[in-house]
Design a protein around this ligand. Structure first.
Ligand SMILES: Nc1ncnc2c1ncn2[C@@H]1O[C@H](COP(=O)(O)OP(=O)(O)OP(=O)(O)O)[C@@H](O)[C@H]1O
Ligand SMILES: [Mg+2]
Length: 238
């Protein structure tokens, strides 16, 4: 479904992604694990067209998306929940969902169905639909950010560190929601520093180290790899 082939990405002269290749097949949950600064967000931004690769190609279904604008890429069915729960704080929960659904807004029945679907997945958002998003707790904002990304009915959902900065109890809830979305048929590419729960959820995993893929394989194998256990699973287990 998504194929990333040998891409390099630079900020000015500094190359931060080096010859990275990976793929996500339909129906899979794929996780990219990497420490702070490894280049996870850079990869997500490149897939969604916010950055361009200086080398290599990205394709989604039958489209070469390497040079497409972010807007065109969203229309093809890729939606991203960015790092750091970027909700619109001065808008209500409902308005945030409306903004997430701008691509389907003209189709009222589908729009309404999506809103109801998100409210059923995240009942707290329904309860707080008229509350300003900026006044939600961190965990609630993360739920809203995911729900907003889902409002456009994406074929592929990208999640940039959904667990970052959340208490363990929220992390568990967020991962349960991600699992539900996956079970309902959404293909998911997730990047995470905290690897344990992500690996339990994922089918396949890639380990990113300072801009290159150091390891890849079935999530179950990566989880028991001694190097991964030492570097990413040892200190903090959820
Ligand atoms: N706009 C930018 N200009 C210059 N360098 C940048 C820019 N954004 C990121 N970088 C650098 O690129 C490298 C990768 O950053 P990136 O944000 O992709 O890492 P990350 O894996 O998402 O880290 P984190 O887990 O902290 O979110 C880092 O060394 C970072 O300093
Ligand atoms: Mg990041």
């Amino acid at each position: 479904m998504l194929k990333v082939n040998n891409i390099n990405v630079s900020y000015g002269k500094v190359e931060v992604i080096k010859q990275v290749s990976f793929e996500v097949n339909q129906g899979e949950v794929v996780v990219i694990i990497g420490a702070n600064g490894a280049g996870k967000t850079t990869i997500m931004k490149t897939v969604t067209g916010l950055l361009n690769p200086t080398q290599g190609e990205i394709s989604f279904e039958d489209h070469n998306t390497s040079r497409l604008s972010a807007e065109k890429i969203v229309k093809l069915g890729i939606s991203m929940c960015p790092e750091g729960r970027q909700v619109f704080p001065q808008h209500t929960v409902y308005e945030n969902l409306v903004l997430g659904g701008y691509l389907i807004r003209r189709d009222k029945p589908i729009f309404q169905k999506n809103i109801e679907h998100m409210y059923s997945l995240f009942p707290i958002l329904k309860e707080r639909s008229k509350q300003f998003a900026g006044t939600l707790s961190g965990g609630e904002q993360q739920m809203l950010a995911i729900a907003r990304a889902m409002m456009s009915n994406p074929k592929l959902l990208l999640l940039d560190e959904p667990s970052a900065g959340l208490a363990p109890i929220y992390v568990k809830g967020i991962f349960e929601m991600i699992k539900t979305l996956a079970n309902q048929g959404t293909t998911i590419l997730l990047v995470e520093q905290m690897a344990n729960m992500a690996l339990k959820l994922a089918n396949r995993a890639y380990v990113l180290e300072t801009g290159h893929i150091a390891l890849e394989g079935a999530a179950a194998d990566i989880m028991t790899n001694s190097k991964v256990v030492e570097s990413y699973l040892g200190s903090k287990k959820y």
